[in-house]
Ligand binder design. Structure first.
Ligand code: FE2
Length: 207
């Protein structure tokens, strides 16, 4: 049984489990990359966040509320960065799956065609956003009002802060691909789009 002290010190911001084994995305993303990316980087953001919010008004809030409550506040940058990176990574793991890629189910596909013309055009835009994000960041497929949109964000930034609903994301920080692709970000992006992207997750997020 846990002591009261341990319960009080336990953070609600725990590292979520990966939705698959570390080897599951191999060879597109190797177990070695996932081991560092999930086991060191993602874990680091969660641990930093827990330390930063301990004893503050953010200690017991869900991640989304911490993110929207600290975005754009100069004195809360560290909390924002670690909260957003914790959220972004959990969302990224679920944006991928073994044997992903292919075609989205009908309702999502229609929505994509209404916004981009074709699925190919949507994927092309997503690839371009991921490739042209200068330095570290993220490419996103989001819902903005009635339309789907592709956008990119730098560092920890996440579309939640501007009221858009993310459907999928691709991490383009170097730590996401460097061990497997070195500087070939374009190869990582096209492999993710064709072989790992989890359209079922996007459809669930579309609601
Ligand atoms: Fe990452």
């Amino acid at each position: 049984m846990m002591s009261n002290e341990r319960i009080q010190n336990a953070s609600p911001h725990a590292l979520p489990s990966l939705p698959y084994a570390e080897t599951a995305l191999d060879p597109v993303i190797s177990a070695k990359t996932i081991g560092f990316h999930y086991g060191k980087h993602h874990k680091g953001y969660v641990e930093n966040l827990s330390k930063l919010v301990a004893g503050t008004e953010f200690a017991d809030l869900p991640l989304e509320r911490i993110i929207t409550g600290t975005a754009g506040k100069a004195d809360k940058t560290a909390i924002f960065n670690n909260a957003a990176q914790s959220w972004n990574h959990s969302f990224y793991w679920r944006s991928l799956k073994p044997k992903g890629g292919g075609e989205p189910r009908a309702a999502l596909k229609q929505k994509i065609e209404a916004s981009f013309g074709t699925l190919e055009a949507c994927k092309k835009e997503l690839a371009a956003a991921a490739l042209t994000q200068f330095g570290s960041g993220w490419a996103w497929l989001v819902v903005d009002g009635e339309k789907l949109k592709v956008l990119k964000t730098g560092n920890a930034d996440v579309p939640l802060t501007t009221g858009m609903k993310p459907l999928l994301t691709i991490d383009v920080w170097e730590h996401a691909y460097y061990l497997d692709y070195q500087n070939r970000r374009a190869d990582y992006i096209s492999a993710v789009l064709e072989k790992l992207l989890n359209w079922d997750f996007a459809a669930e997020n579309l609601g």
